[in-house]
Ligand binder design. Structure first.
Ligand code: PMV
Length: 313
């Protein structure tokens, strides 16, 4: 039996880091995908092949002993294979750059959970999401689960730690130009740095959380109006709050300046400290924004919102 699934990557439009402290964040799925094919095999091994390397192990190895970014696939395969006298072969194909805040690991976990679990039963989206978050925890224990949620359901959503996610009905027509600093970041490390910043600057941090809360409320209204220009101003404002908590750096600041030249606004997406930024555009300034980045030799590409989320074949 062969089972195949794909899931989109994501950007955090607003609220990263502050979301860890209870503020609402807004995320959207993007039209770049990870596709996972899973197949039952007779040999009792778990074999994973991907464009970032391969992993082949016997079942039942302790997860803590596995040092590989492909560990979530092993976790999922090992969980599902229990009591089956067989193995699983997994092939991963990704259009999403790794470790730069575009949700590649969440998309892997969601597509992996779907492809692998569906070898055995017709698993619901809710259950697939549950498995995906469990798998993601093998690489980032404190994940909020927001990334896997948006990769599963697609579209645009608000998320907070207390109430989970709510899908936002609007389907904005903007384009995002994503530029990559090519500096890999560890989300866990940057989240810890923000925690130390907060501990040293409680009052300032609390004010920034309030500001971010107000900004996100304004954004929810602007999304209903499809007001791209005003959304751009909010993006620039959010970037200032991210700079204030220290998750930017010189290279990111340079990229933000380039992005702001012709777009409506530009900010970090995800943990920062490296990774990607995005610039908000529409048809009128898309090409010019891409050219600005390319003229300065920054790798960039444009995406739109993915409305489908997890797809199974
Ligand atoms: O860089 P990413 O995509 O892993 O984003 C992390 C988002 C944070 O808000 C910094 C952490 C979190 O768990 O929400």
């Amino acid at each position: 039996m062969i089972s195949k699934a794909s899931a989109p990557g994501k950007v955090i439009l607003f609220g990263e880091h502050f979301v860890v402290y209870g503020v609402k964040a807004i995320l959207c799925a993007i039209n770049k995908r990870v596709t996972v094919t899973a197949e039952n095999i007779e040999d009792k091994i778990i074999s994973i092949k991907s464009n970032i390397g391969d992993l082949e192990l016997q079942p039942n190895k302790p997860i803590s002993e596995i040092d590989s970014p492909l560990k979530p696939f092993y976790y999922l395969a090992n969980k599902m294979i229990q009591n089956q006298n067989a193995g699983i072969k997994i092939i991963v194909k990704s259009e999403i750059p790794l470790g730069v805040g575009l949700g590649s690991s969440s998309a892997c976990c969601v597509a992996g959970a779907a492809a692998i679990s569906r070898l055995y039963s017709d698993t619901s989206k809710e259950k697939i999401l549950e498995f995906a978050i469990e798998a993601e925890k093998t690489i980032f224990q404190n994940t909020s689960g927001a990334d896997c949620t948006v990769c599963t359901y697609g579209g645009i959503m608000e998320f907070n730690k207390e109430n989970g996610y709510t899908k936002i009905k609007s389907e904005p027509n903007f384009h995002l130009v994503i530029a990559n600093s090519n500096i890999e970041h560890s989300t866990e490390l940057v989240v810890n740095e923000v925690k130390s910043f907060k501990e040293k600057n409680e009052e300032e941090f609390s004010k920034l959380c309030d500001n971010e809360t107000n900004l996100v409320e304004d954004v929810l209204e602007l999304l209903k109006e499809n007001n791209t220009k005003k959304l751009g101003e909010k993006i620039n404002q959010n970037q200032k709050y991210l700079e204030a908590i220290g998750v930017s750096n010189e290279k990111i600041k340079e990229m933000i300046q380039i992005g702001m030249k012709s777009s409506f606004g530009a900010k970090i997406t995800g943990a920062g400290g490296g990774g990607c930024i995005f610039a908000l555009t529409d048809e009128t300034n898309l090409n010019e924004t891409i050219n600005q980045f390319r003229n300065k030799s920054f790798e960039c590409f444009s995406v739109k919102i993915d409305l489908k989320g997890l797809n199974t074949f």
